[in-house]
Write a protein that binds this ligand. Structure first.
Ligand code: AMP
Ligand code: MG
Length: 319
């Protein structure tokens, strides 16, 4: 793939948004800020553009991408929105909730976005820059996290540059990602809801909005990079549920366990999500032989934190 001189441009600079829209419209990649993590965006209606995402990330072609829309009205052009899905969009959009819904046939979404599935994952990001880009482009962008496949997700423009320099023309710098971990993914089948990836919006939040229970992922043909066990991996090996530090380790603390560096000294799981990937990166740069991580309660947003940490700690052969 052509080597680019990757430009990092502040999202607030005059003309930054139109430059991004122009690149996307021309079928090129742009890394964009979102409230979850930075996304590697391409025009979701142009197959050749979407292919560039898989190439730049080294992402397996069977892993479908999330389509980012401006709002529910744009989503309705591409997916069948059930009454319950509409309630979820009203409750959580724009925001860190992705819904997997039946794709409308002939909607114009490139085949490589869905990797052959007849469902499509849609989300309306909250970050004003990316919202504006999609609204101006007038059609959705496909955007996975802007990092080499299997590595830590990026929560700043510098993180993107570190992983993908030369692989895209433009990175928009919109500051540090607020939420810090990827969106919650919920599959909607009729009036049933399945948690496909935990995130900062919890199953209880979903139930509160819909009045319906949330099931674990079902056994249909849903594949997620989240499903590949090793994912979100720092360079050093990871040891979980560490209450004290062993030789050669950097200990990442939480709550009462101070560690060398803490996800949240007050034991706040939302704060820990915001810090998670940045702290894992930092532990790598501090030269950890092994990264040890203090226990995190497996409830609420802690479920999403433990999901990411288990994958970070998994054997790497599968990555
Ligand atoms: P990423 O954008 O890299 O954080 O990953 C996108 C996530 O969305 C992955 O877990 C995908 O497998 C998942 N995903 C995308 N489209 C679908 C779909 N149609 N059905 C189920 N999961 C999906
Ligand atoms: Mg990812």
């Amino acid at each position: 793939m052509a080597a680019f001189k990757t430009q990092v441009v502040s999202a607030h600079e005059d003309g930054a948004i139109s430059a991004a829209v122009q690149q996307l419209d021309a079928g090129n990649l742009v890394a964009v800020p979102t409230e979850t993590v930075y996304g590697l965006a391409a025009d979701a209606c142009t197959d050749a553009a979407v292919q560039k995402i898989y190439q730049a990330k080294g992402r397996p072609s069977y892993n479908p991408l999330i389509c980012h829309v401006a709002d529910a009205a744009m989503a309705e052009r591409y997916v069948a929105v059930t009454a319950g899905a509409k309630q979820l969009m009203e409750a959580f959009w724009p925001g860190p909730l992705t819904l997997v819904l039946d794709r409308l046939p002939g909607s114009g979404i490139a085949a490589s976005v869905t990797a052959g599935l007849d469902t499509l994952a849609v989300r309306a990001p909250k970050h004003p820059t990316t919202h504006k880009i999609i609204e101006t482009l007038g059609r959705p962008v496909a955007a996975p996290s802007a990092n080499p496949s299997g590595k830590l997700s990026p929560t700043s423009a510098e993180d993107v540059l570190e992983g993908l320099a030369g692989k895209l023309p433009l990175i928009l710098d919109g500051g540090r990602s607020d939420v810090g971990i990827e969106s919650t993914i919920v599959g909607v089948k009729g009036d049933k809801y399945y948690l496909l990836r935990p995130g900062s919006i919890t199953p209880d939040d979903i139930t509160e909005a819909t009045g319906a229970p949330v099931y674990d992922r079902d056994d249909t043909k849903i594949t997620a990079p989240g499903q590949l066990l090793s994912h979100y991996a720092p360079n050093a090996p990871v040891r979980l549920n560490a209450t004290e530090k062993q030789a050669g380790e950097i200990l990442i603390g939480f709550g009462d366990i101070a560690g060398d560096i803490s996800l949240s000294t007050s034991g706040d799981t939302l704060e820990a999500a915001h810090n998670l990937f940045e702290i894992l990166r930092k532990a790598d740069t501090m030269g950890a032989g092994t990264i040890a991580v203090a226990p995190i309660p497996d409830a609420g947003v802690g479920i999403a934190l433990n999901d990411r940490l288990r994958r970070a700690a998994a054997p790497r052969e599968a990555a």
